[in-house]
Write a protein that binds this ligand. Sequence first.
Ligand SMILES: Nc1ncnc2c1ncn2[C@@H]1O[C@H](COP(=O)(O)OP(=O)(O)OP(=O)(O)O)[C@@H](O)[C@H]1O
Ligand SMILES: [Mg+2]
Length: 305
Amino acid sequence: MSEIAIHAQKLSKSYNGAVYALHDLSLEIPSGAVFGFLGPNGAGKTTAVKLLTGLLKPTDGSCAIFGISPVKKPCEVHRLCGAVTETARMYGRLTGMQNLIFFGQVIGLTKRECRQRAETLLKSFDLWDVRDKCLSSYSTGMAQCLSMARAMIARPRLLLLDEPVSGLDVESALRVNTMMTNLAAQEGVTVFLCTHQLQYAQNFCNSYGIVSKGKMLACGDLESLSREVGIPLRARFRLREGQTPKHMECLNDGWWGSDLSEEEDMPDLLQNLVSSGFDVFEAQLVHPSLEDIYFKLIEWKGEET
Ligand SMILES: Nc1ncnc2c1ncn2[C@@H]1O[C@H](COP(=O)(O)OP(=O)(O)OP(=O)(O)O)[C@@H](O)[C@H]1O
Ligand SMILES: [Mg+2]
């Protein structure tokens, strides 16, 4: 059984004592997962990150990072996780290199370790040429990349990323995404990624939690979420013009569609078409997208919350 990186038990936060920004969040994220935490503006994503990193104390419930409570042992938790949040500011008057060395030392690395690690990270984020320039002269994207480098300085076992590519150009976003995927795949780093960009999440994550108005609506991988929401797999076929199979829905441009209960039904369906004399030019298995699932869930459950 793999180790649990993030455990939350009915984790709740109310800023004003009246309304919950996050309510009863229960989660278990295994080590090595790339988890997408998705929800509209104000859903409670940043609040969750702040609770998990000990920046906020829960109103109710509890959480643990690799078994350690961020409330009781914040320093130990900070050593295990790197976070990129909108509030994780660095020092404008220090250079990129100085910032990384400073934050590395705060976490307990020696100056020498910090310098070595900073050199690798500044190069991977294409910031090497501006390493001796003050952060205040960096563009938004450059500062965001430095923030990622800061989060990775102590080789964290968990990365908490709050909209890590917002404000980045395509090239920098690609750099951040490649780093993130490599860290997860090669070094087993667990990633907790908050975003409202669904296609982005689908490209990088292997499990998801969908929140709205402080409540978790559903949690799981794409397959289990599709099942829960009831969006079926679909088969699509492009047949010779004029051919009309029974029990299939006519789509456009010669395409016909049918719902499947499982992937295993696809070969039989294709074989039946061919043996009944249909000319099949193209066949596709269409999985519901995260976007299909998300909007159905928000429509269903989001209104109830
Ligand atoms: N410091 C604060 N004081 C009072 N209310 C807050 C504070 N921070 C957040 N909130 C409220 O808590 C709720 C959740 O906010 P949060 O920032 O966690 O959402 P989010 O999912 O990160 O949204 P976004 O996608 O816009 O970043 C919102 O209603 C917000 O107004
Ligand atoms: Mg947020």
